[in-house]
Design a protein around this ligand. Structure first.
Ligand code: HEC
Ligand code: HEC
Length: 403
């Protein structure tokens, strides 16, 4: 690796092991001298072709059954897991019921840069349907093209998220939309500016009248329409979904082995479970860069609870192969992420001056070295690829004409 602008936040044996394992981390410096250190855990032996064939037959048999009869997942005691599966119907809240005109209005607003203070940034600038409703960047460019602190997540399936943002600081999609608009580093606009800009456009007045009881344009209604549209951006047509719809042949042998690894030996179901492949909870994976240049305290900033230091919300894994780069800081590719999980994730070492620091972040106890071999890692990656939605060209709407 040649890029040199970020130092990895951990040192010593575990760090060197990880650095040796992660060939695909963006911009990470390898600063351990003992990079060739041996892995702490013996890797599982590779399977021969014949052994794989026998194993696949066993798995086809197990997974042909209804999920309730599948092999039990490997989760730690106390984890309240839910089986992976198909998405339920979208829950539109009673306070913001869905109707077609509101969805259409929300879509128009989502693509309209006139919602931003600069007049140049739309929601779709950073949540682009052609890029899996994310932006394909490490971190997004915000107002006046200033880089933001975090990676833009997809907005697909956010209807099913119990909280929004990497740190869960918004409790509803409506609240989230208001927060992004007002954020000076993102849309950089005031409620009054939004209302004035939209009221000046005759077609928006008509669209609001169709979507709501009357033609009053308010900041809240703008957020409601945006939320209503975003809740219609849902997946559910991946090959995994077909597999779950009694099409058990929809997964290849590699992918099926990967599914089983995901549920068992790789221990992913400790946090990524249910139809969203997320527990909606917050965990510390050792990526907080605590007291380093790229520090992100995550959930702690929201709750001020010591236990939340460096915790981030478990992201969905649906469509994850479309939204690289990954993690809250956008510093990783999928193969690097899998290598890190296999090594048990980085363990931050306390510096001398940090021995009594009560805020020092603690890594999740669910993470530990997995001992997966390269076949396993490839199978796991193949399974994650089955969560990808088929490509549908989303036509940006024709925006209402300027006044
Ligand atoms: C400049 C880029 C940018 C723009 C413009 C932008 N977003 Fe985002 N969006 C982000 C980033 C970055 C995050 C993650 C921030 C965080 O977690 O702290 C995010 C998070 C979100 C989330 C939460 C997703 C999740 O999984 O929790 C939603 C929903 C969302 N944005 C919707 C919108 C809407 C609606 C607009 C327009 C009003 C918008 N965004 C405009 C970059 C942007
Ligand atoms: C302890 C809970 C936990 C376990 C176990 C876990 N994850 Fe995660 N996963 C998370 C959290 C939390 C994040 C986000 C962390 C961050 O950004 O700092 C994440 C992020 C990811 C991402 C990046 C997603 C994105 O959109 O950026 C992938 C891919 C992923 N996990 C796959 C897996 C796989 C595969 C396994 C099993 C080998 C696994 N995870 C095990 C909690 C967990």
């Amino acid at each position: 690796m040649t890029t040199r602008f970020i130092k990895f936040p951990w040192r010593g044996f575990a760090g060197s092991l990880l650095l040796a394992a992660c060939g695909t981390i963006h911009g990470m410096a390898q600063d351990g001298a003992d990079a060739a250190a041996k892995p702490a855990l013996q890797k599982r032996p590779l399977r021969s072709a014949a052994e794989r064939t026998t194993w696949v037959a066993t798995l086809r048999d197990s997974y042909a059954r209804p999920p309730i009869a599948w092999p039990a997942p490997h989760v730690d005691e106390g984890v309240r897991w839910q089986e992976i599966g198909r998405l339920p119907a979208v829950p539109h809240p009673a306070a913001n019921p869905h109707n077609q005109p509101k969805e259409a209005l929300g879509k128009s607003l989502f693509f309209d840069p006139r919602l931003s203070g600069s007049g140049h940034i739309a929601c779709a600038s950073c949540h682009d349907p052609d890029l899996g409703w994310a932006d394909g960047r490490t971190v997004s460019f915000g107002h006046l093209r200033k880089p933001l602190a975090r990676n833009a997540p997809t907005i697909r399936n956010i209807a099913f998220q119990p909280s929004l943002f990497w740190d869960g600081r918004s409790a509803s999609v409506e609240e989230q939309a208001e927060a992004v608009l007002l954020n000076p580093t993102e849309m950089h606009v005031t409620p009054e500016q939004v209302v004035a800009a939209l009221t000046a456009i005759a077609e928006y007045r008509a669209l609001f009248a169709a979507a709501f009881a009357d033609d009053e344009i308010t900041f809240r209604r703008t957020a409601e329409a945006l939320a209503c549209f975003q809740r219609t951006v849902v997946g559910g047509h991946s090959r995994f979904d077909r597999f779950m719809t009694d099409r058990r042949d929809a997964l290849s042998d590699d992918e099926l082995i990967g599914l089983d690894l995901f549920r068992r030996e790789a221990r992913c179901m400790n946090c990524h479970h249910g139809p969203m492949f997320s527990d909606g909870g917050f965990h510390n994976l050792g990526l907080s860069y605590y007291s380093r240049q790229y520090e992100d305290r995550g959930r702690f900033v929201v709750t001020q609870e010591v236990a939340d230091m460096g915790r981030f919300r478990t992201p969905t894994l649906r469509d994850v192969t479309r939204t690289t780069p990954l993690m809250h800081n956008g510093l990783f590719e999928l193969s690097g992420v899998l290598n890190m999980y296999n090594a048990g994730m980085p363990t931050l070492r306390r510096q001398d001056y940090q021995h009594d620091d009560p805020l020092f972040p603690v890594k999740s106890p669910h993470l530990r070295p997995l001992g997966l071999n390269r076949q396993d890692l490839a199978d796991l990656a193949a399974f994650l690829g089955t969560l990808e939605e088929p490509r549908h060209r989303v036509r940006p709407p024709l925006l209402p004409a300027a006044p």
